[in-house]
Each structure stands twice: as structure tokens, then as C-alpha cells.
Design a protein around this ligand. Structure first.
Ligand code: FE
Length: 217
């Protein structure tokens, strides 16, 4: 079997907010799905090494912000490609603290909800957290970003700790790709401006590294 067939599964893009010992933090996940209606229980998968994983274990609570298609790549880069252990990932992001000191994303967020841990399942690399939704926003604004949209329109990729990470060619749409970011996998394929003509000050819109970190594919 080719593991790439699993890339046909559908996902979204979400920010998981947590209360850390020193400051609030958040990370990006693509696996949030509803398990039961009454009570409303959802599941989320997080790598064992993920700082957010440790925070949920400590506090038993987390928030979910459903990101919209208008979410800037910079927000995904700040939350998805850095560690909250040594970085204030929310430093340049508009957010507010909801109940239980949980951060929720304010800009380009379709809706948010807070969750209380009810159970967890361990796998070799990831923890599946089961949690009951107990509060949240009243409506859904804008269009939620799907994982397919993230790959094909935002040109983003999955970091190595994501459950859907593909070691080789994680792209769903890299047929015409030219230059690829070695750090996050972002594909530069703007036909109007050749990569070589981008200014030296240009940096990856996802993870912020400069042009020298891109390789020709
Ligand atoms: Fe990058």
C-alpha cells in the first residue's frame, strides 16, 4: 500500500489554545472531529512532543478556534511551525482570553469553543484527546478553511509532528512546483513573479525563513 492514499482524507485547520504555566499558547492542528452530539464530545490528535499536549495534560482544558479561508499564512506559520515551550507564539496574533484563561483567535476565526478533557488514548506518537465542549461562540462567520484549501490555495504543508505528515512530497498540488521551502514545505509557484526575481528581503509566508532556505524541485 502507498501511504499517500491517506492524503485523500478530509480535514480542517484549527488553532488549539491552552493555558501554559507562564503564558497562553496555541498550536495548529488539522484533526478535530465530533464524536457525540449529547453531550457534545470532540477528539483532537496531538504529538507527544507537542508543548500543547503537555499543557492539556496539566490543565485538562483547551480551546478550539476554527480558522477561516482568510487566515493569513503568517498566523499558521507562527502557531504551526514554532514551539510554545520557548516562544510566545501569540505575540503577533490578535487573540482574546475566554473563560478558564484559554486563548481564542480573534481575526479570521469562524467560531471558537472551549473543551474539558474527558479521556485520552495513547498511540505510538500521538495522543488522542477526547473532550466535552462546554462553551463557545454563537455563530459561524466566514468559510472554514479545509486542509485541501490550505495545501492548494495557501500552498502550505504539514510539519513533521502532524498526524498527516508525509516524509516525501507532502503536497497535494505540487505538479508545477518550482521552489520549495526546506523548513515548512511551502511551494512557491507564482507564475507572475519568478522566484529568482523576488527581492532578497522576501521570506517564506508560512515559516518566515529567507530565500536561501528554498530548494529547486
Ligand atoms: Fe517555510
Amino acid at each position: 500500500m502507498d501511504n499517500k492514499i491517506l492524503t485523500s482524507l478530509s480535514y480542517g485547520l484549527y488553532a488549539i489554545g491552552v493555558k501554559g504555566p507562564e503564558r497562553p499558547s496555541a498550536c495548529i492542528v488539522n484533526t478535530v472531529f465530533q464524536i457525540t452530539v449529547s453531550p457534545p464530545v470532540i477528539a483532537v490528535s496531538l504529538n507527544h512532543d507537542n508543548y500543547t499536549n503537555a499543557c492539556i495534560r496539566n490543565t485538562g482544558r483547551f480551546s478550539v478556534s476554527v480558522l477561516s479561508e482568510n487566515t493569513p499564512a503568517k498566523v499558521i506559520g507562527d502557531l504551526g511551525f514554532k514551539s510554545g515551550l520557548d516562544t510566545d507564539k501569540l505575540k503577533n496574533i490578535s487573540y482574546e482570553i475566554s473563560s478558564d484563561d484559554l486563548p481564542v483567535i480573534k481575526e479570521n476565526c469562524c467560531c471558537w469553543f472551549n473543551c474539558k478533557l474527558v479521556d485520552k488514548i495513547e498511540t505510538a506518537t500521538h495522543t488522542l484527546f477526547l473532550a466535552e465542549v462546554y462553551s463557545g461562540s454563537d455563530e459561524v462567520k466566514d468559510t472554514p478553511m479545509t486542509y485541501k484549501y490550505y495545501h492548494e490555495v495557501v500552498k502550505g504543508s504539514a510539519p513533521p509532528k502532524a498526524p498527516t505528515y508525509q516524509p516525501e512530497n507532502d503536497k497535494l498540488s505540487s505538479v508545477n512546483a518550482n521552489y520549495v521551502c526546506k523548513v515548512c514545505g511551502y511551494v512557491y509557484d507564482n507564475p507572475e513573479i519568478p522566484f529568482e526575481r523576488l527581492p532578497d528581503s522576501w521570506c517564506c509566508p508560512i515559516c518566515k525563513v529567507n530565500k536561501s532556505e528554498f530548494i529547486l524541485k
